[in-house]
Write a protein that binds this ligand. Sequence first.
Ligand code: NAP
Length: 247
Amino acid sequence: MNDYQAPVGLLADKVILVTGAGAGIGAEAARQYAALGATCILLGRTVAKLETVYDEIVASGAPEPAIIPLDMKGATPAHYTDMARTIEEQFGRLDGVLHNASVLGNLSAFEDIPDDEWLEVMQINVNATAFMTQKLLPVLRQADKPSVIFTTSSVGRKGRAFWGTYSVSKFATEGMMQVLASEYENRAIRFNCINPGGTRTSMRASAFPAEDPMTLKTPADIMPLYLYLMGKDSLDVTGQTFDCQPK
Ligand code: NAP
């Protein structure tokens, strides 16, 4: 799937929500989904970054996106209920979700993880993603064969020293995807995980400050899997976790 070549118009008339759409992998996914015809809903916490992506998409001639400024740290389940209602009123359905937003937290020994940092990373990476998914299910069911993609990490499959909170949050993400895929087996919605692998973004730079970013793949390099899992060529694929950069 990492050499997947998306046909022109793959996502024509699709409505796709991308979280963390203002930077890094999420911004690139939104630009590419839009280029393939999708109307993207750009969700993130920094409005200026979302507006930059919005402007790029509009300037490219792709369908005009929508913006949802939302800090997942403070958002409650009621915010996601309102968000789902707004999406249903405006678009009538939701064809895809890319759960991409997350935070790394500080890398430290498990014993030294501050209480508030544990709670914050879990709130953004796990709780917010779970509540958002839960509240979006009714509007996803309005679509024809929708796709929900979660973003995992290699430390979400094998625990790694000093990556405590982030690592545990990604195990939870993989578990959430599996539970939903099992519940929706033989039903329309598919749920999968993508592990981007080391990718040239600000999150990677904060995890590996000594690394030369030019040795890493860019978000654009890893997009084939993001396109494959969102489009019609993966209709029967669910409950799986994929690596953009398999070892
Ligand atoms: P990034 O450049 O740091 O982007 C993260 C995005 O999430 C940003 O747009 C950020 O918004 C948004 N975000 C963070 N906290 C948020 C909050 N409270 N509310 C709303 N949005 C929030 O990271 P990335 O490298 O592109 O990572 C994307 C995904 O890939 C993440 O799930 C990450 O765990 C995963 N991943 C990345 C790598 C890698 O090497 N890059 C490897 C494995 C997995 P702001 O820009 O406004 O802060």
